[in-house]
Design a protein around this ligand. Sequence first.
Ligand SMILES: C[S@@+](CC[C@H](N)C(=O)[O-])C[C@H]1O[C@@H](n2cnc3c(N)ncnc32)[C@H](O)[C@@H]1O
Ligand code: SF4
Length: 457
Amino acid sequence: MNMNLLDKYNVRGPRYTSFPTVPHWDDKNFSLKKWKNEIKNTFVNYNDDEGISLYIHLPFCEQMCTFCGCHKRITRRHDMEMPYITAVLTEWNLYLEILPKKPIIKELHLGGGTPTFFSPENLSFLITSLLKTAIVPKNKHFSFEGHPNNTTREHLQTLYNIGFRRVSFGVQDYNPIVQKAIHRVQSFESVKQVSDMAREIGYTSVGHDIIFGLPFQTQKHIEKTMAYTEEVKPDRIAFYSYAHVPWIKGNGQRGFLEKDIPNALEKRAQYVLGKKHLEQMGYQEIGMDHFALPEDSLIKAAENKLLHRNFMGYTSSKTHLMIGLGVSSISDSWTAFAQNTKSIEEYQELVKEGIIPVAKGHILSEKDEVIRKHILAIMCQLETSWAAENLEFENLPLVLDSLTGMENDGLLQIDRKAQKLSITEKGRPFVRNACMAFDFYLDDDKNAEKPIFSKCI
Ligand SMILES: C[S@@+](CC[C@H](N)C(=O)[O-])C[C@H]1O[C@@H](n2cnc3c(N)ncnc32)[C@H](O)[C@@H]1O
Ligand code: SF4
């Protein structure tokens, strides 16, 4: 990898799980009343044909991993489980009051925090109570994030019995020095055991999350982690770039120094090496950060240009309505976004009072919708086109101008006659940079006092 390219393109940028991204939401033009309307309209338009998706945020973890950028509460108090579950079910009932008929729950994802912090019985109670109020289609996709250190056979079996078929385990890196620095010690044996157990029970997709660019991580560690990974051969792999965002309040990214984090060149080399190993093992890269075996539904979706991206990452089945339950969860009605409060106490208080606990949101403008189409197409298909009239927008010439640098560097190709652009293989690592050219909100960040996003590389 060329250092000049890294210098040039390693700027801070969003990961585009939404557009507009959360820091650019226009909260002034948003209200709970408008949000309820947007939810209802999208539900009426799409529920019968495609169903809806539910994301449930389960925020507790027993231990603080010092690399983690997710929204969580560290505690060993398991008596917090039931009050939290009650609040989530109350929140769901508040949404049911808006929906004119029983929803079809096509997709359900439990994220965190650590969903497996909760006992199997409590998880079962939460999910079965929720599903009783809905229609569950045959072709549903239920998945959860499991922590290898506390996912038990009972967790896996209980969730399997309710219909979960996909699980992803946080692996990060197997090296003891790296694990100590990130305060997350877990052996290869325990990861293999829990992955094998999931397969024995009947899970059809077992995923591993691996990170490059962690403190003290080297290319040797990536090689070793990949060798271990080959022994388990997960169906999907999320190969994330470590996002260093210590300014986000309460995420606990500490316990190591800035100098312990690999520099951009080393980080890139780790990615290239990891990717080479994954491809040798038969994985194919999808969009950004993700790899899967050829028979996986994500690969099929990518081949058929049906890959979609939302707050849960890449998915093969798009629904226009995604309701996020739980503290800090984000919902997407396709025409608007909303995020719940991040405080557990406030969350529980608000739902008890019968208020949907939304803290902020955004209603998409027509221009937002056009730009979102381009950004989604680039993130998922690695190409976009403005040949159709409704995909042009007034500052398109400026956007294309600003991309000529990337074009000259061989990172993307612009076909002005056919009115389309595509990311080249060399440009794959810079896909976020291409999206940023379309993101007109970024102009407002130039004078921001604090950084807003992690670096692209
Ligand atoms: C929110 S965690 C939930 C999974 C579960 N709590 C666990 O740790 O196994 C999901 C994944 O996000 C990724 N992640 C968290 N913080 C990150 C960061 N700062 N940079 C890159 N990836 C991160 C990790 O790979 C992690 O496995
Ligand atoms: S990585 Fe997982 S277990 Fe660790 S703090 Fe983050 S959410 Fe909790």
